[in-house]
Design a protein around this ligand. Sequence first.
Ligand SMILES: NC(=O)c1ccc[n+]([C@@H]2O[C@H](COP(=O)([O-])OP(=O)(O)OC[C@H]3O[C@@H](n4cnc5c(N)ncnc54)[C@H](OP(=O)(O)O)[C@@H]3O)[C@@H](O)[C@H]2O)c1
Length: 316
Amino acid sequence: MNVDSIMWVFWVTVTLVLIKILNKFSNGRCYTDNVMIGKVVIVTGANSGIGYATALELAKRGAKVILGCRDDKKGIEAVESIIKQTKNKNVKYIYLDLSSLSSVRKFVEEFKKSEFKLDVLVNNAGASGMGRSMTEDGMVKDMQVNHFGPFLLTLLLVPILKRSAPSRVIVVSSMLHRLGTIEGVNEEGRYGYFQTYCNSKLCNVLFANELARRLKGTGVVVNSLHPGQVNTSLYKTTLFEKLRCLVLYTFFKSPEEGAQTSLYLAVADECDQISGKYFVDCKESGMSWKAEDRYLAGELWSMSEKLVKVRPEEWI
Ligand SMILES: NC(=O)c1ccc[n+]([C@@H]2O[C@H](COP(=O)([O-])OP(=O)(O)OC[C@H]3O[C@@H](n4cnc5c(N)ncnc54)[C@H](OP(=O)(O)O)[C@@H]3O)[C@@H](O)[C@H]2O)c1
C-alpha cells in the first residue's frame, strides 16, 4: 500500500466515525425518567429491533410488558432476555401473527384472560417483502401485517383502552409514508414491495389520525411516528449483507436510539394531552398532506373495516 492509499483509508475512516458521532448527538432522546410501575403495555413485534428496545426500556421502568410476536421461540427468548436484564418478572409473551385475522382475535382473547387494563399499546411490528401471495384472509400480505392486522388489533382493544384511560396508542410509521397512496392498496400484484411498504406506512398515519378523532374526549390519545433510519433486520438482504453491516452501523441509528420516540410517546407526561400528531426524534413534526386528508382517512377506515370484517358491536 502506498502513502496515498493509506491516507485515503484514513480519511474515509475519520469521515465515517465523524458521521456516527454526529448521529449520536443529533438523535432525539426521551429524557424523562418517569417510571411505569403499575402500567400495562403491549408492544407488537417486540422480539427484535425497535420493538425489543422499546419493550426492554419499558420493562426497566417497571411496566408490565406483553410482547406480541409471531414466533414462539423468538418471543420466549426475548422475554427471558428482558427479564434477565431488568429483573422485572412482569414480562410476558403472547403469540400474535398480524397476517392472520384469527390470530389477532386470539391474541386479544388471551390478553383479556389475564389483564384488566391496558395503558399503552405500541403498534410497532412491521415488515416488507413478505412474498407476493395474498393471505388466507384475502389481503396483500405486507398490507395486512403493517396496517389491516394492527387496525383490527387496535379496534378490539379500544374498549379496554377506554376503561383504562388515560391511555395511549402509538403507531410506528415511517417518513416513507410521504410516498404512499391508498388507491388500490389491496389489489394483488398492483404494487411492488417498496411501494406497498410506503402505502402501508401512509395507512399507519391516516389510521392514527382518524382514530384520534374518533376517540376525542375519551382519554385515549393516539399518535404516530417515524423512528429514524435504524439498523435493524428490516433491511436484511442477502445481496448487500456485508456492505449493509458497515453502512448501516455507520449511518443509521441503533435500535435503542430508534426506540426513543416510541418511548417518549409512551412515558412522557405531556403526551397524555397530545393526540392525532406525528413525531420524529421525540418532537412533533409535519406529516404529508395526504396523511392530513380527513376524506382519505375516512375512506381507508371504511375499506379497513370491511376487509377485517369488524362486527357491528366492535364499531367505534
Ligand atoms: N428500521 C428502520 O429504519 C425503520 C424506519 C422507519 C420505520 N420503521 C418501522 O419500525 C417498525 C419496527 O421495525 P424494525 O426496524 O425494528 O424491524 P425488525 O427488527 O424487522 O422488527 C419488526 C418486527 O415485526 C415483527 N413482525 C413481522 N411480521 C409480523 C407478523 N406477521 N406478525 C407479528 N409480528 C411481525 C418481526 O417479527 P420476526 O422477527 O418474527 O420477523 C419483528 O419483531 C416497523 O413498523 C417499521 O416499519 C423502521
